[in-house]
Design a protein around this ligand. Structure first.
Ligand SMILES: *Cc1c(COP(=O)(O)O)cnc(C)c1O
Length: 378
């Protein structure tokens, strides 16, 4: 018997610390994918480890209808950190569930069913979030999905204006598309989406599952654009690797709480991990660091591309969310990086190498990443 969904890589990981993972034979790997962006504060941050240990000794779980300190604290922290006062919090166990909840809440609050999503967009793998995800390969074997979704070209204001009408429940956008190839939206586009949804009475939902928690240089990517959505979803690194997602809602969305629920909503151990993670993000000022290190790393990759005439078509992104579009298969590059240079990164489609490093990396880690890329691509 064995797991069958993931194709496993020939590296068995035993432990982690900061930006590094260690294999069972002791080999050190620089984890520039942060294991799907799940380690913003690095692997096994001492503060998070301690919070989890202490909470596990007191109480592992109590249902969400009984207040418990760790959960109450997380509600308060998220409400305080949320952009523009969207401070009603729903807790779940993953990104896809946070988006499913956003779909349900938007439909319930507007009384409409139509959802607008974007080409190249990614929102998760369960049947609702999958219906808003663009890639055919992810969807075709599982149809019919939870439908009434219309797709528009990402970044095209006119197409969006044409698609939104008074039957629209919500528009779902990633402020920077991740999985779809690392494509940032302009502030103007996000503002246009804000105005158009407000006019139509539809909810604007920002999926910040990959862009949030400081990665793009601001705590939430939408803050840099000066746009507040009605709903914001977050997950991935929020509890440093324990399963947690959150859906933050404006009052008008949260007015009708509906019949949503989940057994594991806001368990104390994951909440304790999230509290410690959010404290570390804020107190270590990781958004600023992500902005600075992101510029540094991007410039160094561009420099290396020119100096060594590397087969790189484009380098793009925001902060420490970087896509390097290469003129050859990204998976081959990733394999060579891992096996020859002990650098782990992620693909974003066939030709993009995606870097989502822990926000605690130092310049020296950025330098060794560039050296490794230069050798593997050269
Ligand atoms: C990863 C991701 C999701 C899905 O999150 P899961 O926890 O894997 O369900 C949704 N949206 C975006 C933008 C993501 O990057």
């Amino acid at each position: 018997m064995s797991g069958f969904v993931f194709s496993e890589k020939p590296i068995a990981i035993e432990s982690g610390e900061g930006p590094h993972l260690y294999a069972d034979d002791g080999t050190e790997y620089l984890d520039l994918g942060a294991s799907y962006a799940v380690a913003p504060v690095g692997h096994c941050h001492p503060r998070v480890v301690e919070a989890v240990q202490e909470q596990a000794e007191d109480l592992m779980y109590v249902q969400a209808s009984y207040p418990v300190t760790a959960r109450t604290e997380l509600y308060e922290k998220l409400a305080a950190l949320a952009p523009g006062g969207i401070d009603n919090v729903w807790l779940c166990n993953s990104g896809t569930e946070a988006n499913e909840a956003a779909m349900k809440f938007a439909r319930s609050a507007t009384g409409n069913s139509k959802i607008i999503a974007t080409k190249r967009g990614f929102h998760g793998r369960t049947l609702g979030a999958l219906a808003m995800t663009w890639k055919k390969k992810y969807k075709a074997p599982f149809e019919p999905l939870a439908g009434d979704v219309e797709f528009v070209s990402y970044g095209d204001e006119e197409e969006l204006a044409e698609a939104i009408d008074d039957e629209t429940a919500a528009v779902f956008l990633e402020p920077v598309q991740g999985e779809g190839g690392v494509h940032p939206a302009s502030a103007e586009y996000l503002r246009a989406a804000r105005d158009l949804t407000a006019e139509a009475g539809a909810a604007l939902v920002f999926d910040e599952i990959q862009t949030g928690l400081g990665r793009t240089g601001a705590l939430w990517a939408c803050e840099a654009a000066g746009v507040t959505p009605d709903v914001l979803t977050t997950a991935k690194g929020i509890a440093s690797g324990l399963p947690l997602g959150a859906t933050l809602c404006a009052d008008w969305i949260a007015e009708k709480p509906g019949d949503h629920g989940s057994t594991f909503s806001g368990g104390p151990v994951v909440c304790a991990a999230a509290n410690a993670t959010l404290d570390a993000v804020v107190e270590e000022d990781l958004p600023t660091r992500a902005g600075d290190l992101g510029s540094y790393l991007t410039e160094r990759v561009e420099e290396a591309t020119e100096t060594h005439d590397l087969p790189v078509r484009d380098v793009r992104g925001r902060g420490l969310m970087i896509g390097i579009e290469v003129r050859r298969g990204a998976n081959r590059v990733l394999r060579d990086l891992a096996l020859d240079r002990q650098v782990l990164a992620l693909p974003a489609g066939r030709s993009v190498v995606r870097l989502l490093p822990p926000l605690v990396i130092e310049e020296e880690h950025a330098d060794s990443a560039v050296d490794a890329l230069t050798e593997v691509l050269g």
